[in-house]
Design a protein around this ligand. Structure first.
Ligand code: ZN
Length: 569
């Protein structure tokens, strides 16, 4: 895609209008503010700047331009976000299609997962009677198998690799897909594969269950973190069940793939699986887009119940409603539904208990009343949201028949913020950071500064890796850089993009570009000096080191003189 088209799309889609169409923004001063859609928070730290046409969350660090916002919020690719925004601004799609869109790395990895999903699915349906038999024994029907694109990895080291090559996928990308071992073999072998879809419906990872007990490796092998997948950020099944969750206004959260599939087949279409026992804040945040009411439907045994209690505590402290469904001690949703009817489970769901009530009645976990209260007070003390706190106090007092006053007396005073010497050290290291960021911020504010900076220093003067990379991006794009928002589209790495938007939101310190440059130089020379001194200690007869040291000292002196002269006049 040609850069001028991207620029046009950015120009014609005001960032405030676009973000405001997803989440309400409030004006504060020259900026807009809201609670961040990318992490859970009580106070708004998500800032949108109409002047700079960028956003930045000071809570979780996410930042970018109008395109990256749509991309992140809708969990779609860069070209898809462009397409969407082009339509919104009435820019002709044909025009967009003319320049062949350059696939970003992320898009390519999405594509590979799509191909892999099809490949594994065909393997299962056409070539793997044993695996099909296994699934049939577990009562997973054909329709479910197709809807959730279950698959099978054959016992082969190169099946997927060869298939991708036949589909003209460049070998170079394979190592970043998470689908291969370090020596380039297929990661999944002889395993039933459960594709994990993002909430928008693209496969981003696989969970692989072994087929035979005697097979080596764990019961499950899962995709590692990649450019498109972060463990703990997705919920299994959500892409299919989100509408039902939002319609029924309740989400049932179970632990694993088979629990989920069993629930789904039995009409509990408002379910998701957390894929592991600990529900993460990111998962809670995604689910809360569809409903406030999150019901834990974990295994009925001790570890399942304990995990459900922890998860419910987390849900409450994030300001949502939590209830726990009590399955019999020996059951998980899958086994329960094999022995009982859907109506039976529905009854249990209707009887779901708030956290304190659930703990009060529990006789599986095996702690006494005192222990139960200790657990609850710990959770209570973690909650910051006042309303959520009040609700839990009421729940505890009702369940355990205590006065609210007695419950409140157990709330600890917030610890005062520590004020010790570590503070000083922190300020100092922050200061070093600031100077690098100042130079970058100044270039962002005034492109013409770049020439001066480039004449005096190179990227090696940025001692912080992140800032160094940002400077390199700036250097590579300085000619094409019409504005910051457009530049952000050039940055593939999310972390860098976030830092770049943070820097551009920063107040530039009061010093001049010369002073900032001198600070950078001084710091680099001092770091080099320190290194040379260490080398000299180890190798005290090396004349070369002493010569270098003398040169460095001269350079430092020269900078210092400059600074002195400046202050004198
Ligand atoms: Zn945030």
């Amino acid at each position: 895609m040609e850069q001028h088209l991207i620029d046009e799309i950015i120009e014609k889609n005001d960032i405030v209008d676009v973000i405001n169409s997803y989440i309400p923004l409030k004006k504060t001063g020259s900026n807009f503010k809201t609670r961040c859609p990318f992490h859970d928070e009580k106070t708004a730290s998500f800032i949108v700047s109409p002047k700079k046409q960028i956003y930045k969350c000071f809570g979780c660090g996410k930042g970018g331009n109008v395109i990256t916002f749509v991309q992140e919020y809708e969990k779609i690719s860069f070209p898809e976000a462009l397409q969407k925004l082009a339509e919104r601004a009435g820019i002709a799609i044909k025009q967009l299609m003319r320049g062949k869109a350059k696939n970003s790395k992320r898009d390519l990895i999405y594509k590979i997962y799509e191909i892999a999903t099809g490949y594994y699915h065909t393997n299962l349906v056409e070539h793997s009677p044993t695996a099909l038999e296994y699934l049939a024994e577990r009562n997973i029907n054909d329709e479910t198998l197709k809807k959730f694109k279950l698959g099978f990895a054959l016992n082969s080291f190169g099946g997927l690799r060869n298939h991708l090559q036949r589909n003209n996928i460049n070998e170079k990308i394979l190592s970043s897909t998470g689908l291969f071992t370090s020596n380039n073999n297929d990661l999944f072998r002889e395993r039933i594969l459960f594709p994990i879809h993002s909430s928008s419906g693209r496969v981003v990872a696989f969970g692989g269950r072994k087929l035979y007990e005697e097979q080596t490796g764990g019961k499950y092998v899962n995709s590692p973190t990649t450019d498109i997948y972060t463990k703990g950020n997705e919920l299994y099944g959500l892409f299919e069940t989100k509408y039902s969750i939002s319609k029924k206004d309740i989400a049932l959260i179970c632990e694993g793939y088979t629990d989920f599939l069993r629930l789904f087949e039995n009409g509990f279409t408002n379910s998701v699986a957390s894929l592991g026992t600990s529900l993460t804040a990111a998962q809670i945040s995604i689910l809360s887009r569809f409903t406030e009411n999150l019901y834990m439907l974990y295994d009925g045994d001790i570890s399942g119940r304990k995990a459900a209690v922890r998860a419910a505590g987390k849900i409450l402290s994030n300001g949502h409603n939590a209830k726990i469904i009590a399955l019999p001690g020996e059951d998980d949703p899958d086994s329960y539904l094999k022995k009982n009817s859907a109506d039976d489970l529905q009854k249990l769901i209707d009887e779901a208990k708030p956290l304190a009530q659930f703990l009060y009645e529990d006789n599986v976990i095996g702690i006494d009343k005192k222990g139960k209260l200790a657990v609850l007070f710990d959770i209570l003390n973690e909650i910051e949201d006042e309303v959520a706190k009040e609700l839990l106090i009421q729940d505890i007092s009702d369940a355990f028949d205590l006065s609210e006053h007695a419950v409140k007396s157990r709330i600890r005073e917030k610890r005062p913020v520590r004020n010790d010497t570590s503070q000083d050290i922190k300020t100092e290291s922050n200061e070093q950071y600031t100077e690098e960021r100042d130079v970058i911020a100044m270039i962002l504010n005034n492109k013409s500064f770049y020439k001066k900076v480039a004449q005096e220093i190179d990227s090696s003067y940025f001692l912080t890796e992140k800032n160094r990379k940002i400077y390199q991006v700036l250097a590579e794009n300085i000619e094409k850089m019409s504005n910051l928002s457009a530049l952000l589209s050039k940055v593939d790495d999310e972390d860098l993009r976030n830092t770049l938007s943070e820097i551009s939101m920063m107040e530039v310190q009061k010093h001049t570009i010369d002073e900032a440059l001198q600070a950078l130089k001084t710091r680099k020379y001092h770091a080099e000096l320190k290194m040379i001194n260490e080398k000299i200690l180890k190798d005290p007869t090396n004349i070369e080191l002493f010569t270098k040291k003398a040169e460095l000292k001269k350079k430092i002196l020269k900078i210092n003189n400059k600074v002195v002269r400046k202050t004198l006049y």
